[in-house]
Design a protein around this ligand. Structure first.
Ligand SMILES: [Fe+2]
Length: 257
C-alpha cells in the first residue's frame, strides 16, 4: 500500500510438502547454524552463547515471534518474524539503506503433496535496486542456485560451513534453505520419526493453528485470517501488540536511546 521505497517480487518452485518449507522459515535459530561460515571456529562462539530466548504470541493473522538475533546472525538486536495463516512468513528488519523498515515476506503455495512454489515480496523504505536482496540475480520460475541435481553445491572437504554449501555469494542462502527443507523427505517429511527440541514450540504452535483451521472448515466455519469484508482488509497487523516495540529494540541495540 505504501508508494515510497522499493520492492521486489520473485518466485521459484521447490520440492517437498509446503509445510516443511514454512517450518524451515519459522525456525529462525537456523540462521546461526545453517547460514554461518567459518564453522570450525564460529561453532565454538555459538556454543558459548546462552540458549536463545524466543517469545511468541498468537495473533489474529497467525503468530508473532521475537527471537534473539544473536542466534540469527550473531548481532545484538532481536529478530521479529511472523507466521501468517495459512502458509506465509514475514521477517521484519532494520533497513540498511537508512529507512525505517525492511520486510521480507514469503508465501509457500502448495502445488501438490510434494511440490510448492515460493513467492517472495521484499520491501524497504528508500534504497534502490528493488528492495532487500535486489543485488541478487532474479529467479522467476527457476531456482538458479545449486539445487538437488547439483547436490545443492555441497562440498564438505572444501567449504567450512555446517552444510558444506558455501555461505557466499549471498544467493547460496537459497541453496542452504532448499537443501535443509527438501531433503527432509519426499513427498512429505515423515513427522512420526522427528525429534522436536525445546525451541521447536513455534512449529508446534503453528501446526496446532493449522489443525484448528482444518477443524473450523469441517465445522462450517472460516479458519483464522480469512477476511471476507473488504473494509477489514488492509489492517496492518504485523508487529504484535506494541507497534513500536521493534524500533525501540533496534535503537537500544544501536545504543541511540
Ligand atoms: Fe534460511
Amino acid at each position: 500500500m505504501r508508494e515510497d521505497g522499493t520492492r521486489r517480487i520473485t518466485w521459484y518452485p521447490i520440492t517437498g510438502g509446503y509445510l516443511q518449507h514454512v517450518e524451515g522459515a519459522l525456525d529462525t535459530v537456523r540462521g546461526a547454524y545453517l547460514h554461518n561460515g567459518s564453522w570450525s571456529t564460529n561453532k565454538h562462539d555459538l556454543a558459548a552463547l546462552p540458549k536463545p530466548n524466543i517469545d511468541f504470541k498468537e495473533t489474529a493473522y497467525g503468530l508473532w515471534q521475537r527471537g534473539d538475533k544473536s542466534h540469527a546472525d550473531m548481532s545484538e538486536a532481536p529478530i521479529y518474524t511472523y507466521f501468517i495463516m495459512p502458509a506465509g512468513f514475514l521477517r521484519l528488519g532494520a533497513d540498511a539503506g537508512g529507512g525505517d523498515t525492511q520486510k521480507i515476506q514469503s508465501f509457500y503455495l502448495p502445488v501438490d503433496d510434494g511440490h510448492c512454489a515460493r513467492f517472495e515480496v521484499t520491501f524497504q523504505t528508500g534504497g534502490s535496486g528493488g528492495g532487500p536482496g535486489g543485488g541478487r540475480p532474479p529467479h522467476d520460475g527457476e531456482l538458479k542456485y545449486p539445487k538437488a541435481s547439483d547436490d545443492f553445491g555441497r562440498n564438505y572437504d572444501g567449504v567450512d560451513s555446517i552444510s558444506g554449501i558455501p555461505p557466499t555469494p549471498r544467493g547460496y542462502f537459497r541453496a542452504q534453505d532448499t537443501m535443509a527443507t527438501e531433503t527432509q523427505g519426499f513427498p512429505v517429511v515423515d513427522r512420526t520419526t522427528e525429534h522436536l527440541g525445546a525451541h521447536d514450540f513455534i512449529l508446534t504452535a503453528m501446526r496446532m493453528m493449522i489443525l484448528m483451521g482444518i477443524s473450523d472448515v469441517r465445522n462450517g466455519l472460516d479458519p483464522k485470517h480469512v477476511i471476507r469484508d473488504p473494509q477489514e482488509n488492509g489492517i496492518v497487523c504485523i508487529r504484535g501488540e506494541d507497534p513500536l516495540e521493534f524500533f525501540r529494540a533496534e535503537r537500544e541495540a544501536l545504543g541511540v536511546g
